[in-house]
Design a protein around this ligand. Structure first.
Ligand code: HEM
Length: 139
């Protein structure tokens, strides 16, 4: 990933972080609007879940310049997601919900270049998680 993209992603995350609980709540509301059937995978109280999501995003943007470490974190996350009953098809909708929530939260600051940077990052992470889920199910 280019330095410019990393800087953009970090700056945009810093803005979200100020209101991370709000961001998390919006994210789950959007996801469950797109995919009502995914609601049953999550606990009733999504506030804790929203905090975990924000912490994970913080870890990701911190490690953007250390792809090997990022890859390890995502492989572990992918294996856990297989246990949560998440399937490969779910990733597109979660990615769409993430981009929609970023657009809603950042407004005009969510430029096309920034959207592209987040979409690329999410795509890479989803790919690493899905590959790890496959390895886990074959083991
Ligand atoms: C890049 C994509 C994703 C990231 C960064 C992410 C992040 C997380 C994190 C940090 C947790 C907390 C638990 C843990 O660390 O294992 C979690 C749990 C969970 N995630 Fe994801 N996730 C992603 C994709 C998905 C997808 C596609 C689904 C499908 C709907 C999903 C459903 C769940 C569920 C069901 C839980 C467990 C809830 C519980 O029982 O507490 N996640 N996720």
């Amino acid at each position: 990933m280019h330095d410019d993209d990393i800087r953009q992603l970090r700056d945009s995350f810093a803005a979200i972080r100020q209101a991370r609980e709000d961001f998390g709540r919006r994210f789950y509301a959007t996801l469950f609007r797109l995919r009502p059937d995914a609601r049953r995978l999550f606990p009733a109280d999504t506030d804790m879940q929203a905090r975990k999501l924000a912490d994970m995003l913080a870890t990701i943007v911190r490690d953007l310049d250390d792809p090997a470490r990022l890859e390890r974190e995502f492989a572990a996350l992918g294996r856990r997601h297989a246990e949560y009953g998440v399937s490969e098809d779910d990733y597109d909708d979660v990615g769409a919900a993430l981009l929609m929530t970023l657009r809603e939260s950042l407004g005009a600051a969510f430029t096309p270049a920034l959207e592209q940077a987040w979409a690329t990052l999410y795509g890479d992470l989803a790919e690493a998680m899905i590959a790890a889920e496959h390895r886990a199910s074959e083991a």
